[in-house]
Design a protein around this ligand. Structure first.
Ligand code: FEO
Length: 394
Protein backbone atom coordinates (compact mmCIF):
# COMPACT_ATOMS: atom_id res chain seq x y z
CA UNK A 1 0.00 0.00 0.00
CA UNK A 2 1.15 3.48 -0.77
CA UNK A 3 1.88 5.50 2.38
CA UNK A 4 0.36 8.98 2.22
CA UNK A 5 1.95 11.64 4.43
CA UNK A 6 0.14 14.99 4.81
CA UNK A 7 2.88 16.61 6.85
CA UNK A 8 5.89 15.06 8.54
CA UNK A 9 4.48 12.44 10.90
CA UNK A 10 0.83 12.89 9.90
CA UNK A 11 -0.54 10.14 7.66
CA UNK A 12 -3.75 9.31 5.84
CA UNK A 13 -4.74 5.78 6.90
CA UNK A 14 -8.30 5.63 5.59
CA UNK A 15 -10.07 3.41 3.08
CA UNK A 16 -11.38 3.81 -0.45
CA UNK A 17 -14.90 2.63 -1.20
CA UNK A 18 -14.79 2.39 -4.97
CA UNK A 19 -18.12 0.64 -5.31
CA UNK A 20 -20.69 2.45 -3.18
CA UNK A 21 -23.31 3.97 -5.48
CA UNK A 22 -26.00 4.97 -2.99
CA UNK A 23 -25.09 6.76 0.21
CA UNK A 24 -28.39 6.83 2.12
CA UNK A 25 -30.30 8.31 -0.81
CA UNK A 26 -27.40 10.33 -2.25
CA UNK A 27 -26.03 8.93 -5.52
CA UNK A 28 -22.28 8.36 -5.42
CA UNK A 29 -21.29 7.46 -8.99
CA UNK A 30 -17.63 8.02 -8.12
CA UNK A 31 -17.72 6.10 -4.82
CA UNK A 32 -16.26 7.69 -1.70
CA UNK A 33 -13.47 7.43 0.84
CA UNK A 34 -13.51 7.15 4.62
CA UNK A 35 -10.55 9.16 5.85
CA UNK A 36 -8.70 8.41 9.05
CA UNK A 37 -5.47 10.10 10.10
CA UNK A 38 -2.51 8.84 12.14
CA UNK A 39 -0.30 11.32 14.00
CA UNK A 40 3.03 10.04 15.24
CA UNK A 41 4.44 11.80 18.29
CA UNK A 42 5.40 10.91 21.84
CA UNK A 43 1.78 9.84 22.15
CA UNK A 44 0.52 8.39 18.87
CA UNK A 45 -2.99 9.40 17.87
CA UNK A 46 -5.51 8.00 15.41
CA UNK A 47 -8.15 10.53 14.33
CA UNK A 48 -11.38 8.81 13.27
CA UNK A 49 -11.77 5.35 11.78
CA UNK A 50 -13.58 3.90 8.76
CA UNK A 51 -16.83 2.11 7.94
CA UNK A 52 -16.76 -1.36 9.56
CA UNK A 53 -16.27 -3.47 6.38
CA UNK A 54 -13.10 -1.46 5.67
CA UNK A 55 -11.45 -2.09 9.05
CA UNK A 56 -8.73 -4.35 7.65
CA UNK A 57 -7.86 -1.83 4.94
CA UNK A 58 -7.33 0.84 7.60
CA UNK A 59 -5.43 -1.56 9.85
CA UNK A 60 -3.17 -2.51 6.94
CA UNK A 61 -2.30 1.13 6.34
CA UNK A 62 -1.62 1.78 10.02
CA UNK A 63 0.49 -1.38 10.31
CA UNK A 64 2.76 -0.25 7.48
CA UNK A 65 3.63 2.80 9.56
CA UNK A 66 3.58 1.58 13.16
CA UNK A 67 2.53 -1.32 15.31
CA UNK A 68 -1.16 -0.46 16.03
CA UNK A 69 -0.70 -1.33 19.70
CA UNK A 70 1.54 1.74 19.97
CA UNK A 71 -1.45 4.05 19.41
CA UNK A 72 -2.30 5.66 22.74
CA UNK A 73 -5.23 7.87 21.79
CA UNK A 74 -8.11 7.56 19.33
CA UNK A 75 -10.11 10.71 18.53
CA UNK A 76 -13.69 10.14 17.42
CA UNK A 77 -14.87 13.38 15.80
CA UNK A 78 -18.26 11.95 14.80
CA UNK A 79 -20.48 9.03 15.78
CA UNK A 80 -21.98 8.21 12.36
CA UNK A 81 -21.05 4.64 11.40
CA UNK A 82 -19.02 5.54 8.31
CA UNK A 83 -16.45 7.03 10.70
CA UNK A 84 -16.89 5.13 13.96
CA UNK A 85 -17.75 1.74 12.47
CA UNK A 86 -14.26 0.37 13.05
CA UNK A 87 -13.82 1.98 16.46
CA UNK A 88 -14.73 -1.09 18.56
CA UNK A 89 -12.35 -3.29 16.57
CA UNK A 90 -9.41 -0.87 16.66
CA UNK A 91 -9.94 -0.23 20.38
CA UNK A 92 -9.85 -3.99 20.91
CA UNK A 93 -6.74 -4.33 18.77
CA UNK A 94 -4.86 -1.49 20.50
CA UNK A 95 -5.99 -2.53 23.95
CA UNK A 96 -8.05 0.12 25.68
CA UNK A 97 -6.67 3.40 24.29
CA UNK A 98 -8.04 6.75 25.45
CA UNK A 99 -11.00 7.65 23.22
CA UNK A 100 -11.43 11.39 22.89
CA UNK A 101 -14.83 12.65 21.81
CA UNK A 102 -17.43 15.28 22.61
CA UNK A 103 -19.91 14.70 25.46
CA UNK A 104 -22.62 13.90 22.89
CA UNK A 105 -20.14 11.75 21.01
CA UNK A 106 -19.62 9.64 24.13
CA UNK A 107 -23.38 9.16 24.57
CA UNK A 108 -23.78 8.27 20.90
CA UNK A 109 -20.88 5.82 20.83
CA UNK A 110 -22.11 4.10 24.01
CA UNK A 111 -25.57 3.70 22.48
CA UNK A 112 -24.26 2.53 19.11
CA UNK A 113 -21.77 -0.01 20.36
CA UNK A 114 -23.20 -0.94 23.77
CA UNK A 115 -19.81 -1.11 25.39
CA UNK A 116 -17.66 1.02 27.59
CA UNK A 117 -14.48 2.60 26.32
CA UNK A 118 -11.83 4.68 28.03
CA UNK A 119 -13.58 7.94 27.12
CA UNK A 120 -12.24 11.42 27.73
CA UNK A 121 -14.68 14.11 26.64
CA UNK A 122 -13.63 17.50 25.32
CA UNK A 123 -15.20 20.89 24.70
CA UNK A 124 -14.37 23.75 22.34
CA UNK A 125 -10.94 25.18 23.11
CA UNK A 126 -9.70 22.14 25.04
CA UNK A 127 -6.16 21.17 24.11
CA UNK A 128 -4.08 18.05 24.48
CA UNK A 129 -0.31 17.86 24.30
CA UNK A 130 0.90 14.73 22.54
CA UNK A 131 4.62 15.53 22.70
CA UNK A 132 5.92 17.97 20.12
CA UNK A 133 2.38 18.76 19.04
CA UNK A 134 -0.79 20.08 20.60
CA UNK A 135 -4.28 19.11 19.50
CA UNK A 136 -7.11 21.62 19.86
CA UNK A 137 -10.73 20.51 19.76
CA UNK A 138 -13.66 22.53 18.43
CA UNK A 139 -17.21 21.29 18.94
CA UNK A 140 -19.33 21.66 15.82
CA UNK A 141 -22.83 20.63 16.91
CA UNK A 142 -25.18 19.97 13.96
CA UNK A 143 -22.34 20.11 11.46
CA UNK A 144 -23.81 17.80 10.80
CA UNK A 145 -24.80 15.75 13.87
CA UNK A 146 -25.08 16.98 17.48
CA UNK A 147 -21.88 15.16 18.40
CA UNK A 148 -19.70 16.47 15.54
CA UNK A 149 -16.39 18.11 16.36
CA UNK A 150 -13.18 19.22 14.64
CA UNK A 151 -9.61 18.37 15.63
CA UNK A 152 -6.85 20.87 14.88
CA UNK A 153 -3.12 20.11 14.95
CA UNK A 154 -1.64 23.41 16.12
CA UNK A 155 1.99 23.14 15.06
CA UNK A 156 1.20 21.73 11.60
CA UNK A 157 -1.84 23.98 11.05
CA UNK A 158 -3.88 20.99 9.92
CA UNK A 159 -7.65 20.98 10.46
CA UNK A 160 -9.42 17.62 10.60
CA UNK A 161 -13.11 18.63 10.51
CA UNK A 162 -14.64 15.23 9.78
CA UNK A 163 -17.66 15.57 7.44
CA UNK A 164 -17.28 19.31 6.81
CA UNK A 165 -15.53 20.21 3.54
CA UNK A 166 -15.74 16.63 2.23
CA UNK A 167 -16.65 15.16 -1.12
CA UNK A 168 -17.94 11.73 -2.11
CA UNK A 169 -15.19 10.96 -4.57
CA UNK A 170 -12.98 7.88 -4.74
CA UNK A 171 -9.75 8.24 -6.66
CA UNK A 172 -6.15 7.14 -6.57
CA UNK A 173 -5.18 10.69 -5.58
CA UNK A 174 -5.46 11.93 -2.00
CA UNK A 175 -4.95 15.67 -2.47
CA UNK A 176 -7.20 18.14 -4.26
CA UNK A 177 -4.31 19.74 -6.18
CA UNK A 178 -3.66 16.38 -7.86
CA UNK A 179 -7.14 16.35 -9.36
CA UNK A 180 -7.95 19.90 -10.43
CA UNK A 181 -11.20 21.81 -10.53
CA UNK A 182 -13.38 18.70 -10.74
CA UNK A 183 -13.12 18.55 -6.97
CA UNK A 184 -15.35 21.61 -6.61
CA UNK A 185 -18.20 19.87 -8.44
CA UNK A 186 -18.08 16.98 -5.96
CA UNK A 187 -17.73 19.38 -3.02
CA UNK A 188 -20.77 21.37 -4.17
CA UNK A 189 -22.93 18.27 -4.50
CA UNK A 190 -21.80 17.15 -1.05
CA UNK A 191 -22.57 20.54 0.49
CA UNK A 192 -26.00 20.75 -1.19
CA UNK A 193 -27.11 17.28 -0.12
CA UNK A 194 -25.65 17.14 3.38
CA UNK A 195 -24.93 20.59 4.74
CA UNK A 196 -27.35 22.95 3.00
CA UNK A 197 -29.98 22.98 5.79
CA UNK A 198 -27.20 23.96 8.19
CA UNK A 199 -26.12 27.08 6.28
CA UNK A 200 -26.65 29.52 9.22
CA UNK A 201 -24.63 27.28 11.53
CA UNK A 202 -21.84 27.01 8.96
CA UNK A 203 -21.55 30.79 8.76
CA UNK A 204 -21.41 30.99 12.57
CA UNK A 205 -18.81 28.25 12.83
CA UNK A 206 -16.56 29.74 10.15
CA UNK A 207 -16.79 33.06 11.97
CA UNK A 208 -15.92 31.37 15.27
CA UNK A 209 -12.90 29.60 13.78
CA UNK A 210 -11.71 32.85 12.16
CA UNK A 211 -12.04 34.61 15.55
CA UNK A 212 -10.03 31.83 17.20
CA UNK A 213 -7.25 32.99 14.87
CA UNK A 214 -6.12 29.55 13.89
CA UNK A 215 -4.12 29.48 10.68
CA UNK A 216 -5.02 26.61 8.35
CA UNK A 217 -2.46 25.13 5.95
CA UNK A 218 -4.40 21.98 5.19
CA UNK A 219 -7.89 20.56 5.68
CA UNK A 220 -8.30 16.81 5.95
CA UNK A 221 -12.02 16.00 5.73
CA UNK A 222 -13.43 12.55 6.43
CA UNK A 223 -14.50 11.98 2.80
CA UNK A 224 -12.68 12.57 -0.45
CA UNK A 225 -9.63 14.65 -1.16
CA UNK A 226 -7.48 16.61 1.29
CA UNK A 227 -7.37 20.38 0.68
CA UNK A 228 -3.65 21.13 0.43
CA UNK A 229 -2.98 23.79 -2.19
CA UNK A 230 -5.40 26.45 -0.99
CA UNK A 231 -7.76 25.40 1.82
CA UNK A 232 -9.28 28.88 1.88
CA UNK A 233 -10.90 28.03 -1.47
CA UNK A 234 -13.29 25.51 0.08
CA UNK A 235 -13.90 27.67 3.17
CA UNK A 236 -14.83 30.59 0.93
CA UNK A 237 -17.09 28.37 -1.20
CA UNK A 238 -18.91 27.20 1.97
CA UNK A 239 -19.41 30.80 3.02
CA UNK A 240 -20.77 31.77 -0.40
CA UNK A 241 -23.05 28.73 -0.68
CA UNK A 242 -24.31 29.37 2.85
CA UNK A 243 -25.02 33.00 2.02
CA UNK A 244 -26.85 31.85 -1.12
CA UNK A 245 -24.51 32.48 -4.04
CA UNK A 246 -26.73 32.52 -7.14
CA UNK A 247 -26.26 33.44 -10.74
CA UNK A 248 -28.79 33.60 -13.60
CA UNK A 249 -29.62 29.95 -13.37
CA UNK A 250 -33.21 28.70 -13.51
CA UNK A 251 -34.13 25.02 -13.50
CA UNK A 252 -37.15 23.27 -14.98
CA UNK A 253 -37.65 20.07 -13.01
CA UNK A 254 -40.43 17.82 -14.26
CA UNK A 255 -41.87 14.43 -15.06
CA UNK A 256 -44.30 13.51 -17.77
CA UNK A 257 -46.81 10.71 -18.57
CA UNK A 258 -47.71 11.10 -22.25
CA UNK A 259 -45.47 14.03 -23.18
CA UNK A 260 -47.82 16.94 -22.38
CA UNK A 261 -45.93 18.22 -19.35
CA UNK A 262 -42.69 17.70 -21.24
CA UNK A 263 -43.96 19.83 -24.16
CA UNK A 264 -44.86 22.54 -21.67
CA UNK A 265 -41.46 22.21 -19.97
CA UNK A 266 -39.62 22.67 -23.26
CA UNK A 267 -41.71 25.70 -24.26
CA UNK A 268 -41.14 27.23 -20.82
CA UNK A 269 -37.41 26.52 -21.14
CA UNK A 270 -37.37 28.39 -24.46
CA UNK A 271 -39.02 31.37 -22.76
CA UNK A 272 -36.45 31.33 -19.95
CA UNK A 273 -33.56 31.27 -22.41
CA UNK A 274 -35.06 34.07 -24.52
CA UNK A 275 -35.21 36.17 -21.37
CA UNK A 276 -31.52 35.61 -20.68
CA UNK A 277 -31.63 32.88 -18.05
CA UNK A 278 -29.07 30.13 -17.86
CA UNK A 279 -31.75 27.44 -17.99
CA UNK A 280 -31.61 23.68 -17.56
CA UNK A 281 -34.22 20.99 -18.14
CA UNK A 282 -34.14 18.13 -15.62
CA UNK A 283 -36.38 15.10 -16.04
CA UNK A 284 -36.97 13.45 -12.69
CA UNK A 285 -36.49 9.94 -14.02
CA UNK A 286 -33.30 10.81 -15.90
CA UNK A 287 -31.58 12.68 -13.07
CA UNK A 288 -30.97 11.45 -9.54
CA UNK A 289 -32.58 13.58 -6.86
CA UNK A 290 -29.18 14.33 -5.32
CA UNK A 291 -27.82 15.59 -8.67
CA UNK A 292 -30.85 17.86 -9.08
CA UNK A 293 -30.26 19.25 -5.58
CA UNK A 294 -26.65 19.96 -6.55
CA UNK A 295 -27.91 21.86 -9.62
CA UNK A 296 -30.22 23.84 -7.35
CA UNK A 297 -27.41 25.16 -5.19
CA UNK A 298 -26.65 28.18 -7.39
CA UNK A 299 -30.07 28.46 -9.09
CA UNK A 300 -32.25 31.49 -8.49
CA UNK A 301 -35.51 30.06 -9.75
CA UNK A 302 -37.05 26.59 -9.84
CA UNK A 303 -39.99 25.59 -12.01
CA UNK A 304 -41.66 22.34 -11.06
CA UNK A 305 -43.87 20.52 -13.55
CA UNK A 306 -45.98 17.42 -13.02
CA UNK A 307 -48.83 15.64 -14.73
CA UNK A 308 -51.82 14.79 -12.58
CA UNK A 309 -52.08 11.14 -11.64
CA UNK A 310 -54.99 9.96 -9.48
CA UNK A 311 -55.85 13.57 -8.55
CA UNK A 312 -52.34 14.34 -7.33
CA UNK A 313 -48.77 14.88 -8.43
CA UNK A 314 -46.66 12.24 -10.12
CA UNK A 315 -44.86 9.92 -7.61
CA UNK A 316 -41.39 11.02 -8.70
CA UNK A 317 -42.32 14.61 -7.86
CA UNK A 318 -43.50 13.42 -4.43
CA UNK A 319 -40.16 11.73 -3.86
CA UNK A 320 -38.28 14.83 -4.94
CA UNK A 321 -40.31 17.22 -2.78
CA UNK A 322 -39.92 14.95 0.24
CA UNK A 323 -36.15 15.10 -0.21
CA UNK A 324 -36.19 18.84 -0.94
CA UNK A 325 -38.23 19.84 2.10
CA UNK A 326 -35.63 18.30 4.42
CA UNK A 327 -32.87 20.38 2.82
CA UNK A 328 -34.76 23.67 3.22
CA UNK A 329 -33.00 25.68 0.47
CA UNK A 330 -33.40 29.38 1.09
CA UNK A 331 -33.73 32.29 -1.30
CA UNK A 332 -35.20 30.45 -4.32
CA UNK A 333 -38.37 31.39 -6.17
CA UNK A 334 -40.56 28.46 -7.18
CA UNK A 335 -43.02 28.33 -10.06
CA UNK A 336 -45.48 25.52 -10.83
CA UNK A 337 -47.00 24.01 -13.95
CA UNK A 338 -48.64 20.80 -15.05
CA UNK A 339 -51.04 19.01 -17.34
CA UNK A 340 -54.08 16.87 -16.66
CA UNK A 341 -56.82 14.91 -18.36
CA UNK A 342 -60.27 15.43 -16.86
CA UNK A 343 -59.33 16.95 -13.51
CA UNK A 344 -56.22 18.65 -12.11
CA UNK A 345 -54.57 18.15 -8.76
CA UNK A 346 -50.79 18.03 -9.31
CA UNK A 347 -50.18 21.79 -9.20
CA UNK A 348 -52.40 22.16 -6.14
CA UNK A 349 -50.60 19.37 -4.31
CA UNK A 350 -47.13 20.72 -5.14
CA UNK A 351 -48.21 24.20 -4.03
CA UNK A 352 -49.48 22.84 -0.72
CA UNK A 353 -46.12 21.24 0.08
CA UNK A 354 -44.15 24.34 -0.89
CA UNK A 355 -46.47 26.53 1.21
CA UNK A 356 -46.02 24.25 4.21
CA UNK A 357 -42.27 24.76 3.91
CA UNK A 358 -42.72 28.53 3.46
CA UNK A 359 -40.86 28.56 0.15
CA UNK A 360 -41.39 31.65 -2.01
CA UNK A 361 -43.90 30.70 -4.73
CA UNK A 362 -44.81 32.68 -7.83
CA UNK A 363 -48.55 33.03 -7.51
CA UNK A 364 -49.10 32.43 -11.20
CA UNK A 365 -49.30 28.74 -12.12
CA UNK A 366 -49.92 27.15 -15.49
CA UNK A 367 -52.21 24.16 -16.11
CA UNK A 368 -53.16 22.68 -19.47
CA UNK A 369 -55.67 19.96 -20.32
CA UNK A 370 -54.61 17.03 -22.47
CA UNK A 371 -51.95 17.85 -25.07
CA UNK A 372 -50.98 21.54 -25.34
CA UNK A 373 -51.90 23.02 -28.73
CA UNK A 374 -49.87 25.69 -30.51
CA UNK A 375 -51.64 28.53 -28.70
CA UNK A 376 -51.07 26.90 -25.33
CA UNK A 377 -47.39 26.37 -26.14
CA UNK A 378 -47.11 30.09 -26.81
CA UNK A 379 -48.71 30.69 -23.41
CA UNK A 380 -46.15 28.32 -21.86
CA UNK A 381 -43.30 30.17 -23.57
CA UNK A 382 -44.65 33.46 -22.25
CA UNK A 383 -44.99 31.90 -18.79
CA UNK A 384 -41.28 31.05 -18.92
CA UNK A 385 -40.37 34.58 -20.01
CA UNK A 386 -42.40 36.17 -17.22
CA UNK A 387 -40.90 33.86 -14.62
CA UNK A 388 -37.37 34.64 -15.79
CA UNK A 389 -38.12 38.36 -15.78
CA UNK A 390 -39.45 38.19 -12.25
CA UNK A 391 -36.65 36.05 -10.88
CA UNK A 392 -33.68 37.62 -12.64
CA UNK A 393 -34.77 41.17 -11.90
CA UNK A 394 -35.68 40.55 -8.28
FE1 FEO B 1 -21.94 12.04 9.09
FE2 FEO B 1 -19.62 10.85 6.84
O1 FEO B 1 -20.85 10.78 8.25
Amino acid sequence: MQIVELKKGIYWVGAIDWNVRDFHGYSTPFGTTYNAYLILDERNVLVDTVKAPFYLEMLGRISEIIDPSKIEIVVSNHVEADHSGSLPQIVEKIGNPIVITSERGKKGLEKYYQRSMNFKTVKTGDTLSIGHRTLTFVEAPMLHWPDSMFTYVNEDRVLLPNDAFGQHFASSQRFEDEVGDEVMRHAAKYYANILWPLAPLILKKVDEVVKMGIPIDMIGPSHGLIWRRDPSRIIQAYVEWSRGRMGRKILVIYDTMWGSTESMAKAILKGLIEEGAEARLLHLRSNHRSDIIAEMLEAKGILLGSPTLNNGMFPTMGDFLTYLRGLKPKGKVFGLFGSHGWGGGAVKEMRKILEQERFEIWEKGLEIQYLPDSEELKIALQFGKEFAHKVLNA
